[in-house]
Write a protein that binds this ligand. Sequence first.
Ligand SMILES: Cc1cc2nc3c(=O)[nH]c(=O)nc-3n(C[C@H](O)[C@H](O)[C@H](O)COP(=O)(O)OP(=O)(O)OC[C@H]3O[C@@H](n4cnc5c(N)ncnc54)[C@H](O)[C@@H]3O)c2cc1C
Length: 211
Amino acid sequence: MRMPDRLDGGSGRGFFIEDAGYPDFVNWLVEQNALTMSKHVLRFLLRRGWSRLSHSPRSEVGRQLSGVVGKGLLTATSLPLLGMGRDVPNGRMRLRDGYLDLDWDTAASDAYFDRVNRTMRELSSTLGGRYASDPLSYLNRLITVHPLGGAPMGRNREEGVVNSYGEVYGCPGLSIADGSIMPGPVGSNPSLTIAALADRSADRIIDGFRR
Ligand SMILES: Cc1cc2nc3c(=O)[nH]c(=O)nc-3n(C[C@H](O)[C@H](O)[C@H](O)COP(=O)(O)OP(=O)(O)OC[C@H]3O[C@@H](n4cnc5c(N)ncnc54)[C@H](O)[C@@H]3O)c2cc1C
């Protein structure tokens, strides 16, 4: 689901909401947490024991086994939502005692995050669902699997580390061709944009050899 930007007819900063499809084995992990699993197994063993003791001719192994697995209602009725968008890229990464440290205050992105949350809430209410936001967001902690930036491109060395071809300012012959050169989020999932930039950078390197 795409929410437009002020650049394409909407307002504020645009974003996508995506359905986080996950593999079936994750359903099992979610459903079969240690507590429910041990309760179900205990009930199964008690029922099997009773069937043996009572010499009942009625086999209920199938039903009892499916009781161990459970109804799977939590995962069957859950829809994880992902928000991909253009929060304000005003953080700074630096090395502190040899480790990467990120200094990022999300205040400038508050209106954007509120809009993503509000839209997800409306979406789940329209679907008749109950909305639960990521618990880490209450601690002002965000999760991303799209780490970008660090050596961002800019129009000159004051503005960025590399130019639009990934060439490092002040280090002729050194190019960077990965997500670190993105000056901010692209809005959608970034890997094709990163690949396109890397392709452009590689063409430039080859052209340099030809010259
Ligand atoms: C769970 C998950 C799901 C994702 N889903 C999507 C998706 O659906 N669509 C999408 O567009 N993007 C997705 N992404 C994001 C996408 O994978 C990344 O944005 C993209 O791969 C980043 O490319 P990159 O070249 O910058 O870095 P990477 O692909 O991370 O490449 C970095 C490489 O450097 C190597 N490396 C690291 N340190 C060293 C070292 N010291 N020496 C030598 N090599 C080193 C690593 O092994 C790795 O091969 C997803 C990411 C995750 C984690």
